[in-house]
Design a protein around this ligand. Structure first.
Ligand code: AP5
Ligand code: MG
Ligand code: ZN
Length: 216
């Protein structure tokens, strides 16, 4: 199963991806996670990406497309993949089409998680992430059992540097200007399915599951 999760910052792509990949046994490919890992390690790509990520701007297409192209050729993608946060521009979408054609593969589903702007702001400013395993929490909507500590691995929780009100504003503008046009692109290809991302986390997961299993 070859899947894309789309949706604005804070829509729940990462939260839902964690659940769906464990059920379908496919790798979770998040370009945002890849950039944050490279930034932490201080690689040349990470240093370049940081200039953009820290400002809430999209990283240039050539860097982003290169990462995904390499990742999709790894062995664990043979049974499928879940792309989270890629593509985000029409150029990236066209490049993905070419990459998949070259591999004689095609997309099965593009799922758009729909969430209103006010709710996105609340979700992002309250988000906390585990330093050790990357699990995602929310101080109000999905709190850990022990404050500041991960339920799964007891790792320490931190706040992403781009989850401030100001940076979230820039990220939402980037989404509207550059990424939202992709919805029409996938609609024309009859791949796009809308899911109401404003429901509780479990309800969103079951709606996505129904779409992926062809029951909705
Ligand atoms: P990326 O890491 O992809 O960030 P994003 O798209 O802004 O999305 P988020 O990860 O912020 O949100 P999410 O939808 O995953 O929500 P989550 O599940 O965590 O990208 C970061 C940066 O990298 C970009 O700004 C850009 O610079 C660069 N980049 C990445 N990809 C790129 C690309 N393709 N091209 C160019 N640049 C790129 O949930 C959010 C919060 O809400 C959590 O606290 C969660 O617990 C809570 N929550 C989730 N679901 C629910 C629910 N149903 N009810 C209540 N709370 C919920
Ligand atoms: Mg995410
Ligand atoms: Zn953890």
């Amino acid at each position: 199963m070859n899947i894309i999760f789309m949706g604005p910052p804070g829509a729940g792509k990462g939260t839902q991806a964690e659940r769906i990949v464990s059920e379908f046994k496919i790798p979770h490919i998040s370009t945002g996670d890849a950039f944050r890992a490279a930034m932490k390690q201080g690689t040349a790509m990470g240093v370049k990406a940081k200039e953009y990520v820290d400002q809430g701007l999209l990283v240039p297409d050539d860097i982003t497309i290169g990462i995904v192209k390499e990742r999709l050729q790894e062995a664990d993608c043979a049974s499928g993949f879940l792309l989270d946060g890629f593509p985000r521009t029409l150029e990236q979408a066209a490049a993905l089409d070419d990459i998949l054609t070259g591999m004689e593969r095609k997309l099965d589903h593009v799922i758009n998680l729909r969430v209103d702007r006010d709710l996105l702001l609340a979700r992002l400013t309250g988000r906390r992430i585990c330093k050790s395993c990357g699990a995602t929490y929310h101080v109000i909507f999905n709190p850990p059992h022990r404050e500041h500590l991960c339920d799964k691995c007891s790792g320490e929780l931190y706040q992403r540097s781009d989850d401030t009100e100001e940076k979230v504003g820039t990220r939402l503008d980037e989404y509207i200007n550059k990424t939202a046009p992709l919805l029409a692109y996938y609609e024309q290809k009859h791949l796009l399915r809308e899911v109401n991302g404003e429901q509780e986390i479990d309800a969103v997961t079951s709606e996505i599951n129904s779409v992926l299993r062809g029951q909705a």
